[in-house]
Design a protein around this ligand. Structure first.
Ligand SMILES: [Ca+2]
Ligand SMILES: [Ca+2]
Length: 163
């Protein structure tokens, strides 16, 4: 609904005021799901969903598969296997997140977001998985954390972002 200060988007019992905005265009609003996994080794497959997923894996060796929307996937601690599926997905990592794998990472489309990690601590090297799959290994921080990207030989500028 329009108001003096802008457009008010009401949802549930909450509102967002978009100052100075009088109308939205198709695609301005997207709908998503927030999933918080419990600790322990969890398996979550949202590949059938076109909604944007925000998944928080918590501790445990988790397997998380996103859907076709633009997902926000946080494996959390321990050694997670992550996949975003289609869409522009963001994989979020913090210190002490262990040794994680992202399957199907698309350079120039998906992002790795390192939180609280100095850019100078990031190294990208060719590597092999324990089963011999070739790819890239991104190491970050000072705790020996790493992200393995099977099948990739290079990342693009801007694939890794910092917050
Ligand atoms: Ca985890
Ligand atoms: Ca996705």
């Amino acid at each position: 609904m329009p108001s003096a200060s802008g457009l008010v988007v009401a949802y549930g019992t909450s509102t967002i005021t978009l100052q100075g905005v009088t109308a939205l265009q198709a695609g301005d609003l997207t709908y998503g799901d927030v999933v918080a996994l419990s600790s322990g080794n969890q398996f979550l497959d949202r590949s059938a969903s076109a909604r944007a997923q925000t998944v928080n894996g918590d501790t445990g060796n988790d397997t998380i598969i996103g859907g076709s929307g633009d997902d926000w996937i946080i494996g959390g601690k321990d050694n997670d296997v992550l996949a975003g599926g289609a869409g522009r997905d963001t994989f979020v990592f913090d210190s002490w997140d262990g040794h994680d794998t992202i399957n199907g990472f698309v350079p120039g489309e998906d992002h790795i977001l390192l939180r609280g990690i100095p850019a100078a601590s990031v190294w990208i090297n060719p590597a092999h998985s324990p089963t011999g799959v070739a790819g890239l290994e991104v190491t970050y921080g000072t705790n020996g954390d790493s992200i393995f990207l099977p099948g990739l030989t290079a990342l693009r500028a801007g694939d890794i972002v910092f917050a």
